[in-house]
Write a new protein. Structure first.
Length: 396
């Protein structure tokens, strides 16, 4: 039996050895997040929220779901009046984490528009079984109330079939990325190898693939993104989001009429791929702390990278989505009534001080530019062969 150092894991090392001792960073990220037995999300080990490894906007409190719920309700009302009248619409959430977001949105509808909650199909598209179990537990009370909630894969949905709103909060940041590294004047695909002597994982390199070369060429010709940037120092490394386009394509194919809201960490290309951004954006979280080494404790912590604003919009538009707009989370939430909500909490201060203070802190974190307020909201439309104008409060 091998003695593996604490920072590594036998399950991953066995996989790497089976695959020849070196795997691409893309495969590393896919395994540590999505392996059904040992992956962070695949196994359901992921813990979100104040007491978990990291916070997401919906895991802080139900307030975030309240604001998004308001926007979704407004979109549904416009959909109903313009095209769907009596038809059932869907609210589809991708990558639902521990189910907090869906739970908060259903609570919002039950409180503010019961009619909608009874006439909407709530669908979760989540590839990781471990997370599905958490979500089912959280949403059981709504299932018991007869709310129409189901878990589906995109493959089981007919083409051009879904009418409704599609939401992905912090999902694209969890998709595996390729990492491209600049060494001795050449680009390589970053890789992860296992060193038998020390028993440790280390960064390695593989030749760049034809697909990556083509993708970099297209980014340069269409968007003017130069990889590596001029003056890139030795060792300059960045992420390349090779799965975004396929993910969007699979969704696009299933939408008949729909709005897609993507919320995530994002950086503009000129900052993302600048020569001074030496190591991209990828980080690893455990117990609310960023780990020094992203190869530490594989499968026991989150691994996440920013998306690139321009390449995401280009990927979506190339498929046929119409880009409605992009805004910062702080601005979107102010447009959806955050100031009013803060004022209401102010009034509660006298009755239940500690609860009101905790809610106020959670609300402020949603708009804090150093925290979740810097997240970007992207809104895309697909209206099959029709020109339809829908207003989005969050983008005004
Ligand atoms: C960072 S968590 C975000 C959870 C939740 N949306 C929130 O904001 O609290 C990422 C989620 O995306 C899921 N996920 C990973 N790959 C996915 C994919 N290809 N499609 C949909 N969800 C995915 C993970 O299992 C996890 O539930």
């Amino acid at each position: 039996m091998n003695n593996f150092p604490a920072n590594n894991s036998e399950w991953l090392i066995e996989k790497i050895i089976k695959m020849g001792g070196t795997i691409s960073f893309y495969d590393y990220m896919k395994f540590v997040l999505n392996d059904p037995i040992s992956g962070y999300y695949g196994s359901g080990k992921a813990e979100l929220g104040f007491k978990g490894d990291f916070v997401t906007s919906p895991s802080l409190s139900d307030d975030f779901a309240f604001f998004v719920g308001k926007q979704v309700e407004d979109w549904f009302i416009q959909f109903k009046s313009i095209i769907f009248y009596d038809q059932k619409l869907s609210l589809i959430e991708f990558g639902a984490g521990d189910g907090s977001f869906m739970s908060g949105i259903i609570k919002y509808f039950l409180a503010s528009n019961k009619n909608i909650s009874q006439r909407v199909s709530f669908i979760i598209i989540e590839p990781n079984q471990g997370m599905i179990e958490k979500q089912k537990k959280k949403l059981m009370k709504f299932l018991n109330l007869g709310i129409d909630i189901s878990w589906k894969s995109l493959e089981e949905i007919e083409e051009n079939n879904l009418n409704g709103i599609f939401i992905a909060n912090e999902v694209l940041d969890a998709l595996p990325v390729e990492r491209i590294t600049f060494l001795k004047g050449k680009l390589f695909r970053q890789a992860v190898s296992f060193d038998k002597e020390s028993g440790r994982l280390y960064f390695d390199k593989l030749p760049i693939t034809r697909e990556l070369e083509n993708s970099l060429y297209l980014a340069k010709s269409k968007l003017g993104i130069t990889i590596p940037p001029k003056d890139a120092p030795e060792g300059w490394t960045t992420e390349w989001h090779v799965d975004n386009s396929e993910w969007l394509k699979a969704i696009y194919a299933k939408i008949n009429h729909g709005i897609l809201l993507i919320i995530d960490y994002a950086k503009e290309a000129k900052k993302y791929y600048a020569s001074r951004n030496l190591n991209g954006t990828i980080i690893s979280y455990k117990n609310q702390k960023i780990l020094n080494n992203i190869l530490d404790s594989p499968g026991n912590c989150d691994l996440t990278s920013h998306i690139c604003t321009e390449t995401l919009i280009n990927d979506a538009e190339t498929l046929g989505f119409e880009a409605v707009g992009t805004t910062k989370q702080g601005e979107a939430l102010l447009l959806l009534g955050l100031a009013q909500r803060l004022y209401e909490i102010q009034k509660e201060l006298k009755e239940d001080l500690s609860n009101a203070l905790a809610r106020r802190e959670a609300l402020l974190r949603l708009v804090d530019p150093l925290c979740l307020g810097d997240f970007k909201w992207f809104v895309f439309h697909k209206f099959n062969e029709q020109k339809i104008n829908i207003n989005s409060t969050c983008m005004r």
